[in-house]
Design a protein around this ligand. Sequence first.
Ligand SMILES: *Cc1c(COP(=O)(O)O)cnc(C)c1O
Length: 332
Amino acid sequence: MINNKFSLGFFPTPLTELKNLSAKFPDYKIYIKRDDQTGLATGGNKTRKLEYLIQQAIDSGCDTVITAGAQQSNHCRQTAAACAIAGLECHLLLGGDQPKNYQGNLLLSSILGAKIHFTGAHRKGEDTPILTTQLEAKGKKCYVIPYGGSNLIGALGFVNAVNELKTQILQNDITLDYIFFASSSGGMQAGLTLGQLIYDLPFELIPINIDKDETNGIALEEVVLNIVNQGLKTLQINKTITLSDIKLNRNYDHDGYGNVTKNEVKAIKELASSEGILLDPVYTGRAFYGMLDMLEKKKIPLRSNVMFWHTGGFPAIFKYGNEMMKNFDEIK
Ligand SMILES: *Cc1c(COP(=O)(O)O)cnc(C)c1O
């Protein structure tokens, strides 16, 4: 199961130390894992999920893929690119109305050949059944990828990523105590949690919640737990976990999904100016801000090795140019 994937990216992604930033936080050593460099149409964490999802679409004899997200969805852009590689027709259900100007991920998804349907207030795939029925009436065989690619098949990408990370840790002779990342639809968190149980790595995950709204009325912790439990059963791993084992830091999501504040801009500016690495304004900017805030306030034990898992999102920078520049002047 873990080997049944369609190659879409360049792996392993680099794991490096942020030396300049570590110098600013002398109590910590800070590493970064560069999933923004997976190589699939500007990269991102969805590449790992899509390697498994696209393989399953092909194995099921499907010719069409349907998925959903926000207009600036990185998942949808990477799905469009993956479908182009695999020769599958790609339909994207994107929230909101058709904009006058296409920017960022929306522009890239169009360039990559996806057929785009604007779904108004429905930004989490509510209209998928209707579209599936319509396409099947035309003789298409549809493979539906859930919101964010977050089911067990997608999460396998991050089970595999833990194995990749384990090899890098051993090769570089380092230890990692805390791993920060942006958690939103839960597939990455579920995969990392499963991977940790399978490969027996001692670090603590610190998932920073990005979207305070629930998907289908289910709390993110529960979404993660369900995928993990399904994985333990499917992979026949004799371990049990409960809801209290699923951690989620909700301290940085209050401004709502996709609302860029001076926090995100501050984090983006910090990493750009100290290391020349670009974060995105929706996910990684928010999660990186959370990490810096916790390090500044020494909420993490001193002398820990921490790693930020950079999950991509770069194209959205261009959509949020105005919000970024507005806040830029305020931050010195
Ligand atoms: C999708 C995404 C995430 C969150 O991953 P989930 O598996 O949906 O929780 C984080 N960062 C970026 C840039 C993303 O596109």
